[in-house]
Design a protein around this ligand. Structure first.
Ligand code: HEC
Length: 198
């Protein structure tokens, strides 16, 4: 058993989820473990059987990781696709940049908090990842992408709250790297390719 694997015991993840739930930085009302399980169940019920079977077969550690990510969000859509959510995320990212460039700490902080608490698309993230990515190994990567994007967006909001725009600006690069790393891993390339070209 590797060191990394040990860090992800169900008990450790349960502690992580409960700490994220009680210290949730995005919003005051935090979901309970039962709320998170109910949310997962609702997402599973929307999935086609082949995806549902694969998700149900994931390890407890992976399921806890997915729930710990969901715990940081309270905006769920029953119709938005991940692409639509991503375009909103890009808009919030641009709002952060505009806030920094215009020295508007409120614009930067609000945009960063909205980005960190982006909408969760219909059925959750997994239906948009492709069947080949629904494995414990691939999905374990989500943790670092989530820390890089959501984690640093929350730090950026706090820096902006304190009018520290130098610190806020320095957090743009790690956020951007998180977006790019997740796209490298989970997004098909090239974006919007045509099958009508030779
Ligand atoms: C959890 C992984 C993940 C993270 C983190 C992530 N993205 Fe994405 N993004 C995706 C996936 C997967 C797609 C492709 C979705 C599809 O085509 O269904 C995508 C697509 C996009 C698109 C293209 C939308 C379109 O119309 O095709 C944009 C723009 C985008 N992301 C912006 C961002 C920005 C900005 C960030 C960081 C602030 C970010 N993303 C972080 C996974 C991620």
């Amino acid at each position: 058993m590797t060191y990394k694997k040990k860090l992800f015991t169900p008990v450790a993840m349960a502690l992580l989820v409960s700490s994220m739930v009680s210290f949730n930085p995005v919003y005051a009302e935090s979901p309970s473990m039962d709320d998170l399980k109910a949310t997962m169940k609702k997402q599973l019920d929307l999935m086609k059987p082949e995806l549902k079977d694969k998700v149900q077969g994931l390890s407890p550690d992976t399921k806890m990781l997915i729930m710990s990510i969901l715990a940081m969000h309270n905006r769920y859509s029953d119709k938005a696709t991940l692409r639509q959510v991503m375009l909103e995320v890009l808009q919030d990212y641009q709002g952060i940049v505009m806030g920094i460039m215009t020295d508007s700490s409120e614009m930067a902080a609000d945009s960063a908090r909205r980005l960190a608490n982006h909408r969760i698309p219909m059925g959750g993230l997994l239906p948009y990842m492709g069947m080949e990515n629904i494995t414990d190994e691939r999905l374990a990567l989500l943790e670092s992408f989530n820390d890089a994007v959501e984690g640093n967006a929350i730090k950026l909001a706090k820096a902006a709250d304190a009018d520290d725009m130098t610190q806020a600006a320095s957090l743009l690069a790690p956020i951007t790297s998180g977006c790019v790393a997740c796209h490298e891993t989970f997004r098909n390339k090239p974006l919007g390719a045509s099958d009508l070209l030779k």
